[in-house]
Design a protein around this ligand. Structure first.
Ligand code: HDE
Length: 683
C-alpha cells in the first residue's frame, strides 16, 4: 500500500497491471488529473474519460417482455435415433450430447422485479446442434392468452404497469389487465393457468416447459409429422402458496435465481426430459379443437408423450451480462428436419424475435457474440455492420463467383440444406379468424375440472385476490360473467369472495362449452407428486445447547434423501451445541424466514427457547411454517414456542428426539405439504 497525502487506498500491481482499453498501463486509479490537488479537472485525462464513458453506456434496453431472467448452460442427450420422424441431426444418434443454453424468465416485470410474481415463466432453450442453432422458445404453460400475434402488444401493454402511473410492477392484479382479459374470451383457458399454482413455481427446477405451438418434424424423405414439445422435470413439479410467494418476494426477491445457481454450483444438476406429442393430419382433423390455436392443448391422455431425450443444466454462466442478458432467442431459429405450422401466433413471433434482438443488442451482428454463435462451422457472405468482429478472409464476398476454392467461399447445398416443408397453401387474402378458433371455454373448463379440490380452491382464491385489486366494479363483473361457462362452483366461489350482491349475467359465448371432455390428470400438480424430497431444502432452527446427536441425525437423513438444509440461529456467528461443539449457521433469525424452506426443524435447547419466545421473527418462523402447511420436525423444548405462536400441533409435527425421528420426518416431507391443514388456516 502506498502512503498518500489524501489517505486514499492504492493497491499496487503484482501480476496483473491495470490498463486502459488501449492497453496503456495506469499509474493511479484513485485520482483524476487536476490542476493542483484542489483545482479543476483537465479534459485531457483520457483514463477518466474512457472509464466514465464506458460506465455511462453499460446498460442496454431490457427485453420488452421476459426482462427478468436467469440462464445456465448444459447439454441435451438424445435417447434414441428418430430418423423415421425427422432429419434433424440432433435426433440421428442415440446417446449423443448437444450443448444447450436455457434462460428462464418471468414475463411482465422489469429486469429488477421479484422472482415470485404470479406470472407465466419463460422456458427458452437454445440447442447448439451440428446443423445450426435450434431455439425452442417456450413457456411453463402449454397455452397462451391470445390466438393472433396482432394482439400481443395490447396484451403486454395491459399486463405491465399502467402508463400514467408506472405501477403496479410485475402484477396482473390491476384494472387494465382484467379490463383487457375480460374483453378477450379466448384468454380464459390461459387465465385458469395463471390463476393456478403453476404461476408461482417453488423452483425453476420444479416446473414443466412447453413449446406451446404445433410444429412440424420432417424426415429425409420429406414426410411431415406434427409435434408439440414438452419438458418434464425429473424432480417433479412443485409450487408455493400465494401467501408464501408474497413473503418470499420480500425475504429474497432473487429466490428462483439463487435456487438455480446454488443447485448447479453444488452439483445438484436440474434435469428435464424432452417429450414429443406426435400426430398426423388425420388426428389433427379429428381433434376436438384446431391444432393451430395456441389457446388449446392436446391432453396427454388422448395423445401420449414420447420421451426422446434429457436436458441437464450443469454449468452456471461466467458472466450474467455476456451470456444471460445477451442471449438472443429467435423462434425462427430452426434446423433441417424441423418446420413451422401456420399457427398465426407463431408466424408473428417469427418476425418479432429477430426484430427485437436488433433493437436490444444494437445491430445485426449479435450472432457474433459467443453465446449466440453456432458451435458448428458457419460460412456466408454477410459482412460489416456495427461491431463486426467475425469476418471471412480473402477476396470473394459474393456468389456466384469464379474464384477457385477455398478463396471462392461457401456454396449452397441442395442435398443437406434447409428446405421448407412444401405444404400446399391457397386462399383469399383476408383479415379473419377461423371459426375453428371460436370455442373459448371448453378447455378452460377441462383445466379446472382436472384439478384437485385444493387446486380448484387456489384458482378461485387468486381470482378473488386479483379482482379485489380492480377498482372498477364493471370490470370485476365482466370478468365474473365468463366463469359460468367454465364451472358453476367456481362462479359461486368468486361471486361470494368478491362480495358481489347479485349473480352476474353470463357473457355471450361464441360457442357453448362442451361438457363431454374427459379430465386430464396430467394437468394437475398435486396428482403428479415428486419422486422424493430430493432437491428440496430444510430450515433448521437451533440455539446454543441444541442436541448435537439429534442435529447430526437430521443432517444425515437430509443428505441421504439428496436434499439440502440451512441452519438458522439467533446469531450468524454460530451456535454452541449440547456437547460444546460448534454448529455452523447460515442465517440469523429474521434473515432466514421459513418461507425460504420446504420444511423446517425446530431444535432449540430449553434455555434457548426461552429467548426465542421474545423474538417476533422466531414466532413468525413457526407460525408461517404452520400456515404454509409445512412439515415441522421438533423437539419437546420447541413446544413452548408453538404455544406462544398460538399453534395447535397436528400430525404435521414430527418428533425429532432420535435418529428414527429424522427418518420419519424426511418421509413425511416427501408429501411436501400437509394439505389437510389448509381447512384450518386461511392465508
Ligand atoms: Fe415471446 N417475445 N412473444 N412468447 N417470449 C419475447 O423476444 C412475442 C410468446 C417467450 O429468455 C421477445 O428476445 C410475440 C409465446 C420467451 O430471452 C419478443 C408474441 C411464448 C421469451 C417476444 C409472443 C413466448 C420471449 C422479447 C405473440 C411461449 C424470452 C425479448 C405472437 C411459447 C426469451 C426477446 C429469452 C421473448 C415477442 C408470444 C415465449 C418481443 C410478438 C406464445 C420464453 O420478441
Amino acid at each position: 500500500m502506498l502512503k498518500t497525502k489524501g489517505g486514499e487506498t492504492h493497491q499496487i500491481a503484482g501480476d496483473i497491471t491495470l490498463t486502459t482499453q488501449q492497453g496503456v498501463p495506469v499509474s493511479d486509479d484513485q485520482n483524476s488529473l487536476k490542476v493542483g490537488s484542489r483545482g479543476p479537472t483537465t479534459l485531457e485525462d483520457f483514463h477518466l474519460r474512457e472509464k466514465i464513458f464506458h460506465f455511462d453506456h453499460e446498460r442496454i434496453p431490457e427485453r420488452v417482455v421476459h426482462a427478468r431472467g436467469y440462464g445456465a448452460h448444459g447439454f441435451f442427450e438424445t435417447y434414441e435415433a428418430l430418423s423415421d420422424i425427422t432429419a434433424a441431426d440432433i435426433f440421428q444418434r442415440a446417446g449423443e450430447r448437444t450443448r444447450a443454453f436455457v434462460r428462464f424468465s418471468t414475463v411482465a416485470g422489469n429486469k429488477g422485479s421479484a422472482d415470485l410474481a404470479r406470472d407465466v415463466r419463460g422456458f427458452a432453450v437454445k440447442l447448439y446442434t451440428k446443423q445450426g442453432n435450434w431455439d425452442i422458445v417456450g413457456n411453463n404453460m402449454p397455452v397462451f392468452f391470445i390466438q393472433d400475434a396482432i394482439k400481443f402488444p395490447d396484451l403486454i401493454h395491459a399486463a405491465k404497469a399502467e402508463p400514467d402511473r408506472d405501477f403496479p410492477q410485475a402484477q396482473t392484479a390491476h384494472d387494465n389487465f382484467w379490463d383487457f382479459a375480460s374483453l378477450m374470451p379466448e384468454s380464459m383457458h390461459m387465465i385458469m393457468w395463471i390463476m393456478s399454482d403453476r404461476a408461482i413455481p417453488r423452483s425453476l427446477r420444479f416446473m414443466e416447459g412447453f413449446g406451446v405451438h404445433t410444429f412440424r418434424l420432417v424426415n429425409s424423405a420429406g414426410k411431415s409429422t406434427y409435434v408439440k414439445f414438452h419438458w418434464k422435470p425429473k424432480m417433479g413439479m412443485q409450487s408455493v402458496l400465494w401467501n408464501e410467494a408474497v413473503k418470499i418476494n420480500g425475504a429474497d426477491p432473487d429466490f428462483h435465481r439463487r435456487d438455480l445457481w446454488s443447485a448447479i454450483q453444488s452439483g445438484n444438476y436440474p434435469e428435464w426430459e424432452l417429450g414429443l406429442q406426435l400426430f398426423d393430419d388425420k388426428f389433427a382433423d379429428e381433434f376436438d379443437f384446431d391444432i393451430l390455436d395456441a389457446t388449446k392443448l392436446i391432453p396427454e391422455e388422448q395423445l401420449p408423450i414420447r420421451l426422446v431425450g434429457r436436458l441437464v443444466l450443469d454449468r452456471c454462466v461466467d458472466n450474467f451480462f455476456a451470456e444471460t442478458e445477451q442471449v438472443a432467442f429467435c423462434t425462427s431459429n430452426i434446423v433441417p428436419g424441423v418446420d413451422f405450422s401456420n399457427d398465426p401466433l407463431l408466424q408473428g413471433r417469427n418476425f418479432s424475435y429477430l426484430d427485437t434482438q436488433i433493437k436490444r443488442l444494437g445491430g445485426p451482428n449479435f450472432t457474433h457474440l459467443p453465446i449466440n454463435a453456432p458451435k458448428c462451422p458457419f460460412h456466408n457472405f454477410q459482412q460489416d455492420g456495427h461491431m463486426a468482429f467475425a469476418h471471412a478472409k480473402g477476396r470473394a464476398n459474393y456468389e456466384p463467383n469464379s474464384w477457385p476454392a477455398p478463396e471462392g467461399g461457401p456454396r449452397e447445398s441442395p442435398a443437406g440444406g434447409f428446405r421448407s416443408f412444401p405444404a400446399p397453401e391457397e386462399g383469399a387474402k383476408v383479415r379473419e379468424r377461423s371459426e375453428t378458433f371460436a370455442d373459448h371455454y371448453s378447455q378452460a373448463r377441462l383445466f379446472y375440472i382436472s384439478q384437485t379440490k385444493t387446486e380448484q380452491k387456489h384458482i378461485a382464491n387468486s381470482l378473488v385476490f386479483e379482482l379485489s385489486k380492480v377498482e372498477k366494479v364493471a370490470i370485476r363483473e365482466r370478468m365474473v360473467s365468463h366463469l359460468p361457462h367454465i364451472d358453476r362452483e367456481l362462479t359461486a366461489l368468486v361471486t361470494k369472495g368478491l362480495g358481489l350482491r347479485e349473480a352476474v349475467k353470463p357473457a355471450l359465448a361464441a360457442k357453448e362449452t362442451r361438457m363431454d371432455l374427459k379430465t386430464s390428470k396430467a394437468l394437475s400438480i398435486l396428482q403428479n407428486p415428486p419422486p422424493s424430497f430430493g432437491g428440496r431444502k430444510v430450515g433448521i432452527l437451533v440455539t446454543d445447547g441444541t442436541d448435537r446427536k439429534v442435529f447430526n441425525s437430521l443432517v444425515a437423513a437430509i443428505a441421504a434423501e439428496q436434499a439440502n438444509f440451512e441452519v438458522i440461529a439467533p446469531a450468524v456467528g454460530g451456535a454452541k451445541a449440547s456437547d460444546s461443539s460448534f454448529i455452523e449457521v447460515q442465517q440469523k433469525i429474521g434473515g432466514g424466514p421459513s418461507v425460504l424452506y420446504d420444511a423446517v426443524a425446530v431444535l432449540p435447547s430449553v434455555e434457548g427457547c426461552q429467548a426465542l419466545l421474545k423474538n417476533a421473527s422466531a414466532k413468525d418462523f413457526v407460525s408461517d411454517a404452520f400456515a404454509h402447511l409445512k412439515f415441522i420436525g421438533c423437539n419437546e423444548a420447541a413446544h413452548a414456542l408453538f404455544e406462544k405462536a398460538g399453534i395447535e400441533m397436528d400430525e404435521g409435527f414430527i418428533p425429532l428426539e432420535s435418529a428414527k425421528g429424522a427418518d420419519a420426518f424426511i418421509k413425511a416431507c416427501r408429501k411436501l405439504r400437509l394439505w389437510d391443514r389448509e381447512k384450518l388456516v386461511t392465508t
